[in-house]
Design a protein. Structure first.
Length: 199
């Protein structure tokens, strides 16, 4: 049933929101240029990597040494709006349609984080990653990594179709209020460097 729900909503979403998707592509074209999408390998179910896709929200400005500038220096005005409204996530419906992701589940994080998880935190990969999840509706980027992983583990142990519906409805409410988009004083979530003392 979860997969059927994913298919129905992703197909309807991509179809009904296609005019909005085209408008966003045009806005990115005139503000940032190509590419229009941000594509990156992320670990999914069973830690198997897949190509995660979002709308591009940052430029590629570099310092004198050729290193990319910090996220807060590269996040554009249009990118900030897309993130605040979560519209940058719309292309991820394609990942859901393909089966790489689900509508609801732990967020797919960076591959380099895999070696930094505790055995308990690694259990987040026992379910498909999601566009939204239990951690996203309980603090999103305003809570610590440890709190976020505890919420992910709770979802892994308690997930159900009813819980998914609940999370989807709460997500719509949270997005409408633009709650928990960024950590204070950071354009994005801080890098996860591992949990101290294995906690």
């Amino acid at each position: 049933m979860k997969r059927i729900l994913d298919l129905i909503i992703s197909i309807l979403g991509l179809f009904l929101l296609s005019p909005l998707i085209i408008i966003i592509i045009l806005l990115i074209h005139f503000n940032l240029g190509r590419p229009y999408f941000f594509i990156q390998l992320r670990p999914g179910l069973g830690c198997i990597s897949f190509k995660f896709i979002k709308f591009r929200t940052m430029n590629n400005l570099k310092d004198k040494k050729g290193n990319l500038l910090p996220d807060d220096k590269r996040l554009t005005k249009i990118g900030s709006i897309l993130r605040k409204t979560s519209l940058d996530e719309l292309p991820s419906l394609w990942n859901v349609l393909k089966g790489d992701m689900s509508l609801v589940g732990p967020r797919p994080l960076l591959i380099e984080y895999l070696d930094r998880y505790t055995p308990e935190q690694s259990r987040r990969h026992k379910v498909k990653p999601g566009i939204t999840g239990w951690a996203q509706v309980n603090g999103r980027n305003t809570i610590s990594w440890e709190e976020k992983f505890k919420l992910d583990m709770w979802y892994v142990d308690n997930h159900s179709l009813w819980l998914d519906f609940k999370i989807l409805f709460i997500t719509i409410w949270k997005v409408a209020k633009s709650e928990g988009v960024n950590q204070q004083d950071h354009a994005t979530m801080k890098e996860f460097k591992g949990t101290k003392h294995g906690g």
